[in-house]
Design a protein around this ligand. Structure first.
Ligand SMILES: [Fe+2]
Length: 243
């Protein structure tokens, strides 16, 4: 485990992670504050200065904003009490909202947990072929939200040329490729498409989507990937503008 914490700072150019599941016990992410602290400590060695926590809001994890906010306060106290120093600053809590027809969230509810600038991190079903919720995207855009689609490369039925992707871009939806996709964490198709979105200037953000130490271990390996290092050197991302 000690080896995990040697300095690498590969992701220092990003500075901010805007997608992770490190609020404990609310989704398939971190299980307790200790695990969260451990993950944050590793993220610090990779160069992250600030993070936003983005728990799932979807039918499997029907979280409520007020409860999430309370749990965030509890976590902050637990981290302070842990005595760990040098962790990335947790800027705020936001959400990763899933736009599926079976998750009856009404666009426009006031307490939606957004990233700064009314930016809303969202996703939809990875497996529900032929359903891209463009209507829901359009409703949120109309209400003034700036949407960021998480991991576009992971949708097996979509690619950079898909009409749905083109329509999303026309609506002004920004994209966030998962860094781990670039190191084959989700398979070759996601890896190829991840690089393609970046090369075409269609990934304004890169996120870790960290859930637990398994992801951190993968992130450490990804930090050594020369192609990933090249991407960070040759492309500008907007992560740092979020905080
Ligand atoms: Fe996520």
């Amino acid at each position: 485990m000690f080896g995990l914490f040697r300095k690498k700072e590969t992701f220092a150019p990003l500075a901010v992670d805007m997608h992770c599941h490190l609020l404990p016990n609310v989704d398939d992410g971190s299980s307790n504050p200790e695990e969260t602290v451990h993950c944050l400590k590793a993220m610090s060695t990779l160069g992250y200065k600030k993070v936003f926590l983005t728990p799932h809001f979807q039918y499997r994890y029907p979280n409520k904003e007020d409860d999430i906010k309370k749990r965030f306060e509890v976590l902050k106290k637990a981290i302070a009490q842990s005595g760990e120093t040098g962790l990335p600053e947790i800027v705020n809590i936001a959400g990763e909202y899933r736009f599926d027809p079976d998750f009856a969230r009404i666009p426009g509810v006031d307490n939606v947990l957004t990233l700064p600038g009314k930016r809303l991190l969202c996703e939809f079903s990875l497996h529900n072929n032929n359903y891209t919720p463009l209507d829901i995207f359009a409703q949120y855009v109309k209400l003034g939200y700036k949407l960021i689609l998480a991991h576009p490369e992971r949708y097996p039925y979509l690619n950079v040329h898909s009409s749905e992707i083109i329509k999303m871009r026309e609506l002004g939806v920004a994209f966030q490729v998962n860094i781990l996709s670039l190191n084959n964490f989700y398979g070759e198709s996601a890896m190829r498409k991840g690089f393609e979105y970046i090369e075409k200037g269609m990934s304004e953000y890169l996120g870790t989507d960290t859930h637990n130490m398994r992801y951190i271990q993968a992130l450490m390996e990804t930090a050594e990937n020369k192609e990933v290092q090249k991407v960070l050197k040759n492309h500008k991302f907007k992560n740092a503008e979020l905080a």
